[in-house]
Ligand binder design. Structure first.
Ligand code: AMP
Length: 307
């Protein structure tokens, strides 16, 4: 099944306790596409970059079978730039700088041939742009997943709530779930958020795993305990890419299959954090992904006899 991905394609500058990068290629849609490419070769990208964005970075996406017809390249303008610094726990970070640049006036155009994509991943971006992409679909996709962050909640909470009315799955982290719901308890937060529109909610808790909620059930997936965590940037997007990629590959959106999708997403996120930026995602192969998913299976498997 095809997946339409919208989100930022960006330059990032990252600082973690293990090092610092100058401008490197990042962006929510970049991580999503790289991660999803392990599950489907029908990936359609809608995004925007400036004239300063390197062609070879676009070529890396093309080599992963990403159709970049919907990637606008704006002459004389600069690519979106984000810079962040992680705290010692690597689970929390401060945004040091966000320069919207080309995003400021971004009007997404979904090419005709993308308008019937079966799965839609509304990656992190202005909520109004996410909504505009959904509105251009010829028929409603089988599943619409939306990812967002505190930055957009601070600026455009009303637009975000409008978009949420129309999505099936929302993925956010624990702090964002608290901000969106006004509830500290994540169980209470999930109830409030599910009443806003989404049928499913995924709350990402960094190294503490992820929770999948619907109105009746909850599922927990751990994060893999890793020896080396260099840079958590993009972990949430890699998770989203693995999640929607697996659902598209299996063409099954039942809650049971979403549990497997959450494990696949967690596996992709676990690779992402092992090196700076997108590097690790470009180095791994299908055997690495399969082996990692097995590690997840072994991590949570146990026998118990109840008397
Ligand atoms: P994550 O670590 O999964 O939250 O994603 C980090 C990526 O999101 C980086 O590559 C950034 O370029 C991108 N990013 C940071 N801030 C924003 C924002 N406000 N909107 C969209 N993408 C962003």
């Amino acid at each position: 099944m095809s997946v339409l991905v919208v989100g930022t394609v960006a330059f990032d500058a990252i600082e973690t306790p293990f090092g610092k990068t100058d401008k490197i290629v990042g962006g929510a849609a970049t991580y999503i596409c790289l991660s999803s490419s392990f599950f489907t070769n029908k990936l359609n990208l809608v995004s925007v970059v400036g004239e300063d964005f390197p062609n070879d970075a676009i070529q890396i996406l093309k080599d992963k079978s990403v159709d970049t017809e919907g990637l606008q390249i704006k002459k004389g303008e600069k690519t979106f730039f984000w810079s962040g610094k992680y705290h010692n726990d690597m689970n929390t970070r401060d945004t040091l700088d966000t320069q919207l640049n080309v995003l400021e006036n971004f009007d997404p155009i979904v090419p005709e041939k993308f308008q019937e994509s079966e799965f839609l991943m509304l990656g992190n971006l202005m909520p109004s742009v996410q909504k505009k992409v959904l509105d251009q679909m010829k028929k409603r996709p089988k599943l619409v997943v939306l990812d967002t962050m505190n930055f957009w909640m601070d600026l455009f909470m009303d637009d975000l709530k409008e978009a949420l009315k129309e999505v099936d799955v929302l993925t956010i982290n624990d702090e964002e779930a608290r901000q969106l719901s006004g509830e500290y308890s994540l169980v209470k937060a999930a109830k409030v958020i599910l009443a806003m529109g989404p049928k499913y909610l995924i709350i990402k808790k960094g190294e503490h795993g992820a929770l999948l909620f619907n109105n009746k059930e909850v599922f927990f997936a751990p994060a893999l305990p890793l020896e080396e965590v260099f840079d958590p940037t993009g972990a949430g997007d890699s998770f989203a890419g693995g999640f929607i990629g697996y659902l598209a590959k299996t063409n099954d959106i039942s809650f049971e299959n979403m549990k497997r999708a959450v494990i696949n997403g967690s596996a992709m996120a676990s690779f992402c954090v092992e090196k700076f930026g997108t590097q690790k995602l470009t180095e791994i192969n299908q055997d690495d992904v399969d082996a990692r998913i097995n590690e997840f299976v072994n991590l949570v498997q146990f026998d118990i006899t109840l008397k």
